[in-house]
Structure formats: structure tokens, C-alpha cells
Write a protein that binds this ligand. Structure first.
Ligand code: ZN
Length: 445
């Protein structure tokens, strides 16, 4: 069965399209893109409502699916459902599960669960070190052969420069990026929030911006020395951004991502309306206004390559403890795209073309996975947006198994209308007028 998506505003920077066009889908692949494509006899025509934007599928290169080991927080299936509802056609999941994904058998088990869920593409990220202990390198060749697309000890930094050097050298032979959670452990200490005025006022221990900057500088130096690619996870400070900008100008193989909470919130939020809200505790912590302004600049000028959620589910009882004891992290799969539209696109910080680069083109390129363009012959992974539709975040409707988000009740302008993977509609947003048109063969409603 062929499907023809008719009349949407297609934005595909790689393919050079930014205008009204039709997309013909056949056998799960894009068969054609262009104005007024002919619908033959056996074609299911799907009319895309006026004002909707049709993009190459979004790729979230940083999620924690908690499966295996902490399925009460999230499973591959519930995480995949949340990703679909958030407009993502693919996610890359971090290895800090239990057991750690430092072994091909764990990688294969994750891929089997993802296939059984049958929703978004799931790309496992293998561990840098065995057990993520920061001592011995994991079997990187085996992990890659089993399907890992990158290596990372995220949740923790790669603790020593020599291990990071070896990881870059070894992963570089397979052209796998090393993704680092940049935070110098001795500077982080027992910190729980950004070190600064707000931490002092609230009497909470701080994590200095330099903890990130020191590690980013180390990793850039090692990437330049080895010639391998390093990707900085959840970059949050102006100092680190400055280092990445300078390194890129020198031609270093460094890329970075920013999480929506870091371009939306500052640590001021910790002072109210809800004081000591543990849904504002994440690692790296919320920073200061000057940092947020620097991130906005980096998102605009291309220093920042990707927007990634760092989706980190925790159950309510785990977060419902005193601030110092609560785990770090918030969920983000279903709020990332609305926050990006509301906070970056509508105020004019970024164009729609840049938005597609940040959410699709660049993460697909960094991970070297399919996607990032609707060029004919490629899998029909498509995200459809309703940029003018406002929606209020309602966590009770979340597909995630966890609810730890500071954005409940926020009204954001810009919604995901539908998500299509391999030509099959896996999500339609029943809150968006006209989105039902996009259904076809819906697997999750
Ligand atoms: Zn991290």
C-alpha cells in the first residue's frame, strides 16, 4: 500500500526543501517528494492540514530507559511510547541500566524489547568501561557488532584522562563517537545545585560551572590528540560552550547537545513557586541567566549541534524526599518539542530549518544512523508539527511510567501532531484539530 502525505509544509534542510510539498511513501520508504505528486489508483491519500510542518523524524540522542533493572521507572516499551508521543521517531538509550549495557547480550536484549514494542527506533549506547566503573574499557567491538551506536558512561564522567584517551582511540577505529558526561568529580563533590547565589540563599551545596568546563576542556584536548570524535552530553554552562565554539573553529571533532530544561529554566526557579522542588534537581544542574543566554546564542549560531532530552525517569516516592537525597533527573520526551517550539522557534531564536537540524539532521549524523532527511529511498520516518497549536502539559496523560517533570501545567505554543516510523503512523495527537486525518493505521492512540 502506498501513502501520499498531501499538502504539508515540508522542511528538509539536507534535501533543500522548505515549502509546501507532497511525500509519497511506499514499502516503508520515501518514494518521492515534491509539489503536486500524482496519486495513482492504489494510494491512500492523507491530507496534511494547512499550517502543519512535515519534518524528517526527530532523533533524541540521550534518553534513559531504565530497562533492564529499573522497570518500575520506565521500560523500553513505555519509553518508546513516550518518545512517539513526543514526536521522536528514534531514541538512543544510555547504558546505566542494571546490568550495565557493557555486554553484547544486554544490547541484544534492549533491541529485542524495542522490536517487540514496534514503535520508535531504539539505538543502544554501550558503556565506555566495564560496569561503568571507570577502570577497564568495555568490549567496544562486541558492543558495536551487537548494535551500539556510541559509547558513554553517562550518569558519570569518564574519570581519568588516560581512560578517555583509550576510549577515543579504540572507539575511533570503529568510527563510534564517545559521549561524555562532563563533570570533574572532585569539584562536583556532594553538590546538588549550581554553585552560586541561589545555592547560598537556599543553603544547598553547589556544583561549580568549572566542574563542567574543566572536563570539556580535557575531552577536547584528547579528541584533538587522537583525532576521534567526542560528543559533550547536556552542555549547560557558558564556559563550556565557549570552549566548544573555539574547538570547532580549530576543526576539532567535537559536538554537543543541550537539554530543553537548560535553555528554559534557571536556578532562580528553585526559590519558587515551589521551594526545594526535587523536579528541579538534575545533573548538570539548572544554571544562571547568563548561561541560558549563552546556550540560546549557541543554539542559534550552530555551536550547539543537537537538542536532547536526558529523559531520566524516577518514581514519585523516589523524588518525594528531602532535596539532598532525591535522585537527579527529570523526564523530557513529551515536553522537548513543545518547549523547543515555544521557547526557541516562536520568539525567533531559531528558524524551523535550524530546529530540524537540532532535532533530526545533526543527531542522526553524529550517531551515524538513518534519518535526518526525507530524500527518496530513505526510511519514511516523519515528524509532523502543529506549530501554532497551544497545549497545556498534563502529566496525567504521559506515556512515561514516571511523572518527574517541572513543566506540568505549562501552556506551550507548538505541538506534535503525528509521528510516523517506516511509513506507519505510530502516534496522532487527539488534542490537535485535524491531526486525526494523519492516522491511517495507528498503533498507539
Ligand atoms: Zn549525564
Amino acid at each position: 500500500m502506498k501513502r501520499l502525505l498531501k499538502g504539508g509544509h515540508v522542511v528538509d534542510p539536507v534535501h533543500g526543501i522548505d515549502g509546501v510539498a507532497d511525500i509519497l511513501i511506499e514499502g516503508g520508504l520515501v518514494a518521492g517528494v515534491g509539489p503536486n505528486l500524482e496519486a495513482g489508483g492504489d494510494v491512500q491519500v492523507v491530507n496534511v492540514p494547512a499550517g502543519f510542518v512535515v519534518c524528517p523524524g526527530f532523533v533524541d540522542m540521550h534518553v534513559h530507559l531504565r530497562d533492564p533493572g529499573q522497570e518500575h521507572k520506565e521500560t523500553v516499551a513505555t519509553g518508546a511510547a513516550a518518545a512517539a508521543a513526543g514526536g521522536f521517531t528514534a531514541v538512543a538509550c544510555m547504558p546505566n541500566t542494571d546490568p550495565v549495557n557493557d555486554d553484547a547480550s544486554v544490547t541484544r536484549a534492549i533491541l529485542e524489547k524495542a522490536a517487540a514494542a514496534g514503535l520508535v527506533r531504539v539505538y543502544p549506547i554501550g558503556a565506555v568501561s566495564k560496569g561503568m566503573k571507570g577502570e577497564q574499557l568495555a568490549e567496544i567491538a562486541d558492543l558495536r557488532a551487537a548494535g551500539c551506536v556510541a559509547i558513554s558512561d553517562d550518569g558519570r564522567p569518564v574519570p581519568t584522562a588516560i581512560l578517555m584517551r583509550r576510549a577515543l582511540e579504540y572507539a575511533g577505529m570503529f568510527d563510534l563517537p564517545v559521549i561524555d558526561h562532563c563533570e570533574e568529580p572532585s569539584l562536583k563533590g556532594e553538590g546538588v545545585v549550581h554553585e552560586g547565589y541561589v545555592a547560598s540563599v537556599l543553603g544547598l551545596r553547589g556544583i561549580p560551572a568549572a566542574a563542567e568546563a574543566v572536563m570539556v576542556d580535557r575531552d577536547i584536548a584528547l579528541a584533538e590528540m587522537t583525532g576521534s570524535a567526542v560528543h559533550i552530553a547536556h552542555l549547560s554552562t557558558r564556559q563550556a560552550l565557549r570552549s566548544v565554539r573555539a574547538a570547532k573553529a580549530r576543526g576539532a571533532r567535537v559536538t554537543c547537545e543541550v537539554a530543553p530544561h537548560h535553555f528554559t529554566l534557571t536556578d532562580e526557579r528553585l526559590t519558587g513557586p515551589v521551594e526545594y522542588d526535587t523536579n528541579l534537581k538534575m545533573n548538570p544542574p539548572l544554571r544562571e541567566r547568563v548561561d541560558v543566554d549563552a546556550l540560546l546564542q549557541g543554539l542559534q549560531d550552530g555551536t550547539v549541534d543537537a537538542i536532547a532530552t536526558d529523559h531520566a525517569p524516577h518514581q514519585a516516592d523516589e523524588k518525594h524526599v528531602e532535596f539532598d537525597r532525591a535522585p537527579f533527573g527529570i523526564i523530557g520526551l513529551e515536553t522537548a518539542v513543545p518547549l523547543t517550539l515555544d521557547r526557541l522557534f516562536h520568539p525567533g531564536v531559531i528558524t524551523m530549518r535550524r530546529l530540524v537540524q537540532l532535532l533530526s539532521v545533526n543527531p542522526a549524523r553524529i550517531l551515524n544512523v538513518t534519518g535526518g532527511t526525507l530524500r527518496p529511498g530513505r526510511p519514511a520516518d516523519i515528524t509532523i508539527l502543529a506549530p501554532e497549536v497551544s497545549q497545556t502539559v498534563d502529566l496525567s496523560r504521559s506515556r512515561s511510567r514516571s511523572r518527574n517533570s517541572p513543566f506540568n501545567g505549562w501552556t506551550l505554543k507548538g505541538a506534535v501532531a503525528a509521528t510516523i516510523v517506516g511509513g506507519r503512523t505510530i502516534y496522532v495527537n487527539d488534542q490537535v484539530a485535524g491531526a486525526a486525518n494523519l492516522a491511517g493505521d495507528v498503533a498507539v492512540a
